[in-house]
Ligand binder design. Structure first.
Ligand SMILES: [Zn+2]
Length: 167
């Protein structure tokens, strides 16, 4: 009868030990589309009357939020995982343990991000990066202003400019 108790305690201890910031950032990325910062940005844009698509699989880096007719791609980046290089950012700090593991892995992430951004810019997209540590009302209203400032292209106008390019 008394065998059950120690077993329960052991399970609880293991669970607590597994939670470290690096790991939970990784898990958030694995879960992918519904991280808290992303939901917050989506809710704010939606409340401003803006309509958008999520997770554009056909675009480099699979942007989290996409305004196709305005050609705006938005990434909501976790500061740790995507190496926010703002010196004021506290979330991007490197873990003290296993730096030989995290160092190259995170550097590769940052490199991949810049490659994707470059590819989007080349294809004529405007790219906005929203950082997890900077989700205040000011930042988000600036984002809304920038989206509104870029008028949607109507399909006919897009077709006309393509024709012009072909000449
Ligand atoms: Zn940050």
């Amino acid at each position: 009868m008394c065998l059950g108790r120690p077993r329960t305690r052991r399970v609880a201890r293991t669970t607590t030990k597994d939670v470290d910031p690096a790991r939970s950032a990784q898990m958030a990325r694995v879960r992918g589309k519904d991280t808290k910062p992303e939901l917050m940005v989506r809710r704010t844009l939606h409340a401003a009357g803006l309509r958008f698509r999520l997770q554009a699989r056909d675009l480099p880096g699979r942007p989290d939020i996409v305004f196709r007719s305005r050609r705006i791609a938005i990434f909501v980046h976790g500061c740790f995982w995507h190496r926010h290089d703002d010196p004021g950012c506290k979330l991007a700090r490197m873990p003290k343990s296993r730096q030989e593991f995290w160092g190259p892995k995170l550097a590769a992430n940052a490199e991949r991000d810049s490659r994707n951004i470059e590819a989007l810019l080349k294809a004529g997209w405007a790219v906005e990066i929203v950082w997890e540590c900077d989700l205040g009302p000011e930042r988000l209203s600036r984002l809304i202003d920038r989206v509104r400032a870029k008028a949607p292209r109507s399909p006919s106008r897009a077709a006309k400019s393509e024709l012009k390019d072909a000449d």
